[in-house]
Design a binder for this molecule. Structure first.
Ligand SMILES: Nc1ncnc2c1ncn2[C@@H]1O[C@H](COP(=O)(O)OP(=O)(O)OP(=O)(O)O)[C@@H](O)[C@H]1O
Length: 273
């Protein structure tokens, strides 16, 4: 049955990368993210690393999913596949109902500017740009006017407790502050999906608490999040925890303490604006 669903979804065509409205073309019932049979093997110096060995995954709009598992299990590779940073050897991926199989690198770059925000363990900020410019750059690249980009940046930095740091350079900030700038940069274009790869991996416990609190806050407003982490505290902020082991999903559990699932997106719409 799953296969039949997959084939009909595959027949959808990808819309033009220049299309202006990229929000929810799939509708509320369509998973924001759907993967079927994802496989990825890395070929390096030694034996091939079978990092992802056949993953089926569906993430609804508004869900906060944590992917945990031992080092080398393939978590980061999976996240990279979901964000189009790496391409699968086989399998298919749908983004809000659109099959991404035919996406070019350029098309993925557009999606990462508009629909997918990504934060990494080591922030990946542009070191010779100020905090303000780091956050505004993706907004300008996505076509916002300088005035709109500035307004978005001001709102986010304010919300993330970074007002007054606009002119600082990334190297002048603490790790926690840099990660908050990275979060602002990832969210400035209001992406449908936020991917986070060990966002607290290089932070102390205070920084980890900060990131946990911020991810929870954005999730409560309806942000869909897929988070890869070793950190149990961070994972416990999610409403669904996937245990990844040896390239496969070993367990997929909804946490009891989670806010009611299914109310997410409408709740979001009320909270937004
Ligand atoms: N670019 C690459 N070239 C070769 N092998 C790679 C590459 N990236 C990852 N691997 C290998 O693929 C496997 C999965 O790596 P991956 O980073 O996805 O795991 P992980 O679960 O995220 O690990 P960690 O928690 O330590 O970050 C590992 O054996 C790793 O060495």
């Amino acid at each position: 049955m799953k296969r039949a669903t997959s084939r009909s979804a595959t027949s959808r065509t990808a819309s033009s990368p220049d299309a202006e409205d990229t929000r929810s073309p799939g509708g509320e019932d369509t998973p924001l993210l759907r993967a079927e049979g994802l496989v990825k093997t890395h070929y390096g110096e030694g034996a091939p690393a079978h990092a992802v060995r056949g993953v089926d995954l569906s993430v609804r709009q508004g869900e906060f999913v944590a992917v945990t598992g031992p080092s080398g299990a393939g978590k980061s590779t999976l996240l990279h596949l979901l964000g189009g940073l790496q391409r699968p050897d086989s399998g298919s991926l749908w983004l809000d109902g659109e099959c991404t199989d035919g996406y070019s690198e350029a098309r993925w770059a557009v999606e990462r500017r508009r629909r997918i925000g990504i934060v990494f363990q080591f922030f990946n900020l542009v070191s010779n740009l100020s905090v303000a410019d780091n956050v505004e750059l993706p907004a300008l690249l996505a076509g916002l006017s300088p005035r709109q980009a500035r307004a978005e940046r001001e709102l986010l930095l304010d919300e993330l407790g970074l007002a007054g740091k606009e002119r600082s350079m990334p190297g002048e900030l603490s790790g926690g502050e840099q990660q908050r700038v990275a979060l602002a940069r990832a969210l400035v274009n209001h992406p449908q999906l936020l991917l986070a790869d060990e966002p607290a991996g290089s932070l102390d416990s205070k920084g980890t608490r900060e990131v946990t609190r911020l991810l929870s806050r954005f999730h409560q407003r309806g942000q869909t999040i897929v988070l890869v982490t070793h950190d149990a505290r961070l994972a416990s902020a999610a409403d669904r925890v996937i245990s990844f082991f040896d390239g496969r999903i070993a367990d997929d559990a909804v946490l009891d303490t989670a806010p009611a699932r299914g109310t997410g997106i409408s709740g979001v719409l009320e909270l937004r604006d």
